[in-house]
Design a protein. Structure first.
Lengths: 335, 612
């Protein structure tokens, strides 16, 4: 059950990210000038007099500009336009009554649109960085565990060094020496590289320990005796035994990198505005003391992060249990 | 102009290069001890009335009868503690060594000045000098010092302390950041004492703004600081590690405790010279605690929860509604002080040759680019987005808050993106099929706009500018840096364009010469020019020289209008809007005289009181 829920959450997030251009009613940088911090548009089925209609919305009327208070203008129903303009749903009057399913941010941009496109950025970065960390960590850890000796010592001390580095300051220092203006793709590459390097030692240490212990087992000794090359022994026989560990690491790294992107964006080191990412959205929300009391929809990226992290954990937690059982069976067969 | 610009003056190189002299015969026979009503009456005929606007939205609090047990004869309650907040640590307790806002605030709380500028009315009021007379077209001013004044350690205050304070400011070894404030035409003011209570200040040239510039100079105790001065270590004196008892002054409060990163505690100076209208002692407060809270959200939460009595800076527009709810609930008082006298602005790097072989050089420093930007930004959108409607469009260097020097005749640039495109086309920036402007190399026309990180108004402003210019095809890369990095880019002229604040110390443009003169240290777009780089800058130099020397206000205004027109035509700094200033304080704080300029509620700390 929990795995199913996890799969639903993760699949939902991935589908939303992939289908963002179709699901999102607007462009990420589209501004609605009179709707700064406007609340989510409510989809109605019945009007004020109780009459039933096809789904419709009311436009927001500004009550106080300085206080950013709005109320629904009940005088006119605005119908929804389905499957038009390349979008699943929009308002039929986008100029006066845009469909803002999760409200607007402080610049009057559609939070729902930015949340969907932000998922592409944030999830893409987290998955890319986690895979990079696994690749680097598994390779180095496997080599260290297999080779042993000085090579092992040097690699593990290097891993220790990276692990004790304060990641945020490393990112700050790296950003300081780079050009002031970076494109979104350059920022993506930079952050993915930093995260992969910072995350790799955690993978490397675990993989190294597994490879060292597995190498002494009979099946590895047998493969070596039968003439398997070092590379075959390492990549065909030893590293696969670390699959379960690496799955666990994915469980930890993906959420950590989602949060890390948010953190770096929060301190201004992430993606440049108006690129949407969950981190930049939270950064924008953080400057307003009224977020919790008056504009909770601005925290929707935090909710999305929670659900994705929960989903990944539920899926991989189940996977871990299977791996443990699988490893147990394998070892029994080998013995 | 920027003596109170906290960011610019993080670097001591940036100071004021004002030329000061005194031309107006001013006398205050009633001395310091005048009633509030008298001061207000005098202020009403003073030449600056910005405070009228500021006062329009203000209310004063009347203490309830229950509080009069500890009240003065005039009904103002005495005693009690007040807790205010600042955003940053003081960098020193020596005003000559640091110009950050907290150092300046603490200096104002603990040190006395010869004169005092009433921030609500802009009138110059007596302080340590109880009266003064002017001769020789304002070049020579005789100041009569208040008698029977003592420092907080009991040592008598005399003209010798005034001489010492000027010596310190003018000494090259001290490298005082206030040095420029006591110079005229690059030469120090000559100060002499004719008796222990009279000083004569002589200037080389006439200076229309008059004695108001002396408000910046704290009068320091020679008996405490002369040793350090003679040893050449004055700049290090009164650092943050100095025992509090060693720091004495003539201000209403004395330092009692400094906890780094937490707070500065000041207690009442029982030897403070000023008296209340009823003849009683000032200040009213027993203790003033300044909490150091780097984040405005923390300040607001503490204010709303009653842990803070006031902030020393204005509240941001996005926080208004939250505070209004608290005000409606009777927890705090929320004040609208009117339009700010200062507006943030955008300036390009106009240093000749700054872009060298950069292929953008042919268009990046052209007037037409700046004029096009001036037309392409919809100021209504700017005000609505940045200040949530709580602001006014600004088209020149003065905002409507400056009632004397703001010129209604300055053209109000209409929002006209089509005309902006035409102007850009005239300098070779033409639009491609994608709507993006391209230069002669067919490369997108783009520039980097630097601003300060962590300042919502600036970050929101550059976002609006970027989006507005995108509509005409100009690409703007926004970079937010910490204030030191912005200043470094500014000082080294390694930037395309900067959006920054340029706060005015005083409303009189004659006191802002470092901004106006091409040789000025705060001539933002091209610092310290040896000779004017352009004809229009040369013309501004000439006009400002006349403007500063003229004793006739009408003539000064006419000359300054001409300066503003030249400024408008060439747009070296592009202004878009000025915000309204909102401040809030706990309802128990009373007897305030709010003013638009920081610290809005604490510029007259000796008269602030709390209901206990």
């Amino acid at each position: 059950m929990s795995r199913t829920l996890g799969l639903v959450l993760v699949t939902f997030a991935l589908l939303a990210a992939v289908a963002a251009p179709v699901l999102a009613p607007h462009a990420t940088d589209a501004h609605f000038g009179g709707l700064l911090n406007a609340p989510p548009t409510v989809v109605h089925f019945a009007d004020a007099s109780g009459g039933w209609h096809a789904p419709f919305i009311y436009r927001w009327r500004l009550v106080s500009q300085l206080e950013q208070r709005y109320e629904e203008d009940l005088s006119t129903r605005v119908r929804l336009a389905w499957f038009s303009g390349g979008h699943v749903v929009q308002s039929s009057d986008e100029g006066a009554a845009p469909l803002l399913l999760l409200g607007a941010d402080s610049y009057g941009r559609d939070v729902f649109t930015r949340l969907l496109f932000g998922a592409r950025t944030s999830l893409g970065l987290a998955v890319t960085a986690a895979l990079g960390a696994l690749l680097i960590g598994a390779t180095l850890g496997g080599l260290a565990g297999f080779a042993g000796g000085v090579f092992d010592d040097v690699l593990m001390r290097a891993a220790d060094f990276v692990m004790v580095l304060p990641a945020i300051y490393v990112a700050l220092a790296l950003r300081a020496v780079l050009p002031l203006v970076l494109t979104a793709s350059e920022v993506f590459g930079l952050l993915a590289s930093i995260f992969a390097i910072v995350g790799a030692p955690f993978v490397a240490r675990g993989v190294r320990a597994i490879v060292r212990s597995e190498r002494r087992l009979d099946y590895a000794v047998a493969a070596e005796a039968l003439g398997a090359s070092d590379a075959r022994l390492l990549f065909r026989h030893l590293l696969p035994s670390a699959r379960g560990f690496m799955a666990v690491q994915m469980t930890l790294l993906i959420p950590a990198f989602i949060v890390a992107e948010a953190t770096l964006s929060y301190v201004g080191l992430g993606f440049p505005d108006p690129i949407a990412s969950w981190g930049t959205m939270l950064h924008d929300a953080s400057s307003n003391i009224r977020v919790f009391a008056d504009f909770p929809w601005l925290l929707s990226p935090a909710a999305a992060m929670f659900l994705v992290v929960l989903g990944v954990n539920l899926v991989l937690q189940n996977r871990r249990s299977e791996d443990v059982r699988h490893i147990g069976v394998r070892h029994t067969q080998r013995l | 102009m920027f003596a109170k610009n906290k960011n610019l003056h993080a670097n001591p190189k940036l100071g004021r290069s004002t030329a000061h002299a005194f031309d107006r015969a001013v006398s205050w026979p009633l001395g310091q001890i005048v009633t509030r009503q008298t001061r207000r009456l005098a202020a009403s005929v003073a030449f600056v009335v910005a405070g009228v606007l500021a006062g329009a939205g203000c209310r004063s609090n009347t203490p309830p009868k229950s509080a009069t047990a500890a009240a003065s004869k005039s009904g103002v309650p005495r005693g009690g503690d007040l807790i205010a907040s600042v955003r940053s640590e003081p960098r020193s307790f020596n005003r000559h060594a640091a110009s950050d806002s907290t150092t300046e605030l603490i200096s104002n709380l603990t040190q006395g000045k010869l004169v005092h500028v009433n921030q609500a009315t802009q009138a110059v009021e007596p302080s340590l000098a109880e009266s003064w007379t002017s001769e020789d077209a304002g070049r020579r001013v005789t100041m009569h010092l208040r008698r029977d004044v003592v420092f907080s350690d009991g040592h008598p205050f005399t003209a010798d302390d005034v001489l010492f304070s000027f010596e310190v400011a003018n000494d090259e070894k001290t490298q005082s950041i206030l040095a420029d404030a006591v110079r005229t035409g690059g030469k120090p003011l000559q100060v002499a004492a004719t008796d222990p209570h009279t000083v004569v200040i002589t200037s080389a040239a006439p200076f229309a703004p008059g004695v108001r510039v002396l408000e910046i100079l704290p009068i320091l105790p020679r008996h405490r600081l002369e040793a350090a001065f003679k040893a050449g270590t004055f700049a290090k004196a009164w650092g943050l590690d100095t025992p509090m008892s060693d720091i004495v002054g003539l201000g209403p409060f004395v330092l009692s405790q400094y906890a780094a990163g937490q707070r500065v505690v000041l207690t009442r100076n029982p030897k403070y010279f000023a008296k209340a209208p009823d003849g009683g002692a000032l200040p009213y407060l027993d203790r003033l605690t300044i909490e150091i809270l780097p984040d405005q959200s923390a300040e607001l939460l503490r204010l709303q929860s009653g842990q803070l009595d006031m902030m020393t800076s204005e509240i941001s527009p996005e926080s208004y509604a939250s505070l209004k709810r608290s005000a409606d609930g009777g927890k705090i008082t929320l004040l609208d002080l009117g339009v700010s006298r200062n507006a943030e602005g955008l300036f390009f790097n106009l240093k000749p040759g700054a872009f060298g072989a950069d292929p953008r050089a042919p268009w990046l420093q052209r007037d037409e680019l700046r004029q096009a930007i001036n037309m392409a930004v919809d100021r209504k959108v700017f005000v609505d987005t940045v200040f949530f409607g709580a602001g006014v469009p600004v088209y020149g260097p003065e905002t409507p808050a400056n009632k004397v020097w703001y010129w209604e005749g300055l053209p109000h640039t209409p929002y006209d993106p089509a005309a902006a495109r035409q102007l850009l086309a005239s300098i070779g920036l033409t639009s491609g099929a994608d709507g993006v402007l391209k230069d002669a190399r067919n490369q997108p026309a783009r520039f980097t706009l630097v601003t300060q990180k962590g300042r919502p108004s600036m970050e929101r402003s550059v976002a609006v500018i970027r989006d507005e210019l995108k509509k005409i095809g100009l690409t703007v890369d926004v970079v937010a840096l910490d204030s030191r990095a912005v200043i470094q880019a500014f000082l080294t002229a390694k930037y395309d364009a900067i959006y920054f604040n340029a706060d005015k110390t005083d409303l009189d443009p004659g006191t802002n010469q470092d901004f106006w003169f091409s040789s000025g240290l705060a001539h933002m777009w091209n610092l310290e020019e040896k000779t004017p780089a352009t004809d229009w800058e040369r013309r501004i130099d000439e006009l400002m020289t006349k403007q500063i020397a003229s004793p006739d206000l009408a003539e000064r205004r006419q000359l300054y209008n001409e300066v503003q027109k030249i400024f408008y035509d060439h747009q070296p700094m592009i202004y878009f809007a000025a915000p309204r200033i909102f401040v809030a304080h706990a309802t128990r704080v009373t007897n305030l005289t709010p003013a638009e300029y920081r610290p809005q509620l604490l510029w007259r700390p000796d008269t602030v009181a709390v209901i206990r």
